[in-house]
Design a binder for this molecule. Structure first.
Ligand code: PLP
Length: 400
């Protein structure tokens, strides 16, 4: 294990590695074996009942996957972590571990699209009551939590308008009501925000995004106390949404550069947000690092830096988006986020594709909203790229 006093960047490199090295190798091996053999029947039994450390079958545990779990739990300052095939599996398994018919959950309207579908489509049909509050309306969340709930589920910053919720304040309200406080920390990453230290009980990541960082492996993880994580692990080992060892290896490798990537992504995000604010064609810029952000103070209090995600709205709506985005040379036009490449997409095609234009408008998402996940490129090139794309739009507008 890594010295717990080490700085985050050192932990990102070293944590969760040493315990899994074999043959003198300096890198964690990818163990693809599905099953583990025992000649000693008593030892096999002891491992099977959890009395002795070891592995039995790949749906339950795997050494490469455990190395990944150890690295994440160290970065989140958690006692324990358990992993999943995807971020959505982490979320749905965590909710299913604790919620039973008749329970109530409180959350916000701006959670990730898939999470919102769980709240609006799947939980109600299991007779679980869902109360979704206006994101960032702390008074309303507190009122709903006071009425009683099993789980208070938060995500901050949110997709795509990067709204901020005060984790410490909400965790207090949750605790007072006897609720489990769960936070999706995907956008912030453990480098910028550690919800457990702010009073949350469980923290979830889509490891597919910033943790992996290279858009080449799917995964999810939840961190918290031994007691809670053990329950979630039990649900997952039976229900089977296990992380693949190859994905675990790729994400583990990606995480060694997490601090460097995130540092560059944050620097690019504030520079790009500041630049976008100067353009006439840009109606609004959303980034928690801007002083114009409605909850900038809360972000400043609970985040070390403001993250690599931002969004902006252009004049001319969908027509401008259609002309602008294909002109960008250094951006993938894709649904993913958190990768080393800058990635752009309209909310109407990515995070809020399931909604009608009217529903998006009601959620405060203009049709001309573009989400940017900043990559690690040199910012001068990214700004020049946007500049030439904006110039192209201006020349079209002149012709029209
Ligand atoms: C992508 C994402 C998820 C879902 O993760 P998958 O790995 O795609 O299943 C959950 N929450 C947030 C905030 C995300 O961005």
């Amino acid at each position: 294990m890594t010295n717990t006093n080490a700085k985050m960047g050192t932990k990102a490199v070293w944590a969760g590695e040493k315990d899994y090295l074999v043959h003198g190798a300096t890198q964690v091996p990818v163990v693809l074996s599905v099953a583990y053999g025992y000649d000693d029947m008593d030892e096999w039994y002891d491992v099977a009942i959890g009395k002795k450390k070891g592995h039995i079958y790949g749906r339950n545990t795997n050494p490469t996957v455990q190395a990944f779990e150890d690295k994440v739990k160290t970065l989140e300052g958690a006692e324990a972590a358990t992993s999943f095939s995807t971020g959505m599996a982490a979320i749905s398994n965590t909710l299913s571990t604790f919620l039973v018919p008749g329970d109530r959950i409180v959350s916000i309207k701006d959670t990730y699209g898939g999470t919102n579908k769980i709240f609006t489509e799947f939980l109600p049909r299991q007779e679980i009551e869902v109360a979704l509050c206006e994101t960032g309306n702390h008074d309303q969340i507190e009122r709903e939590v006071e009425k009683g709930c099993k789980i208070l589920y938060l995500e901050t910053p949110t997709n795509p308008t990067v709204k901020i919720t005060d984790i410490e304040r909400m965790a207090k309200a949750g605790k007072a009501a006897g609720a489990l406080v769960v936070v999706d920390n995907t956008f912030a990453t453990p480098m910028n925000q550690n919800p457990l230290s702010l009073g949350a009980d469980l923290v979830i990541h889509s490891a597919t995004k910033f943790l992996g960082g290279h858009a080449d492996a799917l995964g999810g993880v939840v961190c918290g106390s031994h007691e809670l994580v053990e329950k979630i692990y039990h649900f997952r080992e039976i229900n089977g949404a296990t992380m693949d060892p190859m994905a675990a290896y790729l994400i583990l490798r990606g995480m060694k550069t997490l601090h460097l990537r995130v540092r560059q992504q944050c620097a690019n995000a504030i520079a790009l947000a500041t630049y976008l604010q100067t353009k006439d064609i840009v109606e609004a810029v959303y980034y928690p690092g801007l002083e114009t952000h409605p909850n900038h103070d809360v972000a400043k209090k609970q985040m070390k830096n403001f993250g690599g995600m931002l969004s902006f709205a252009v004049k001319g709506g969908v027509d401008t988006v259609r002309d602008l985005l294909p002109k960008l040379q250094y951006a993938n036009r894709a649904a993913n986020l958190g990768a080393v490449e800058t990635t752009v997409g309209p909310a109407r095609t990515t995070s809020h594709v399931e909604c009608t234009p009217e529903e998006r408008a009601a959620m405060g998402i203009p049709e001309g909203l573009i989400r940017i996940s900043c990559g690690i490129e040199e910012i001068e090139d990214i700004i020049a790229d946007f500049e030439q794309a904006f110039n192209h739009i201006e020349s079209i507008l002149k012709v029209k």
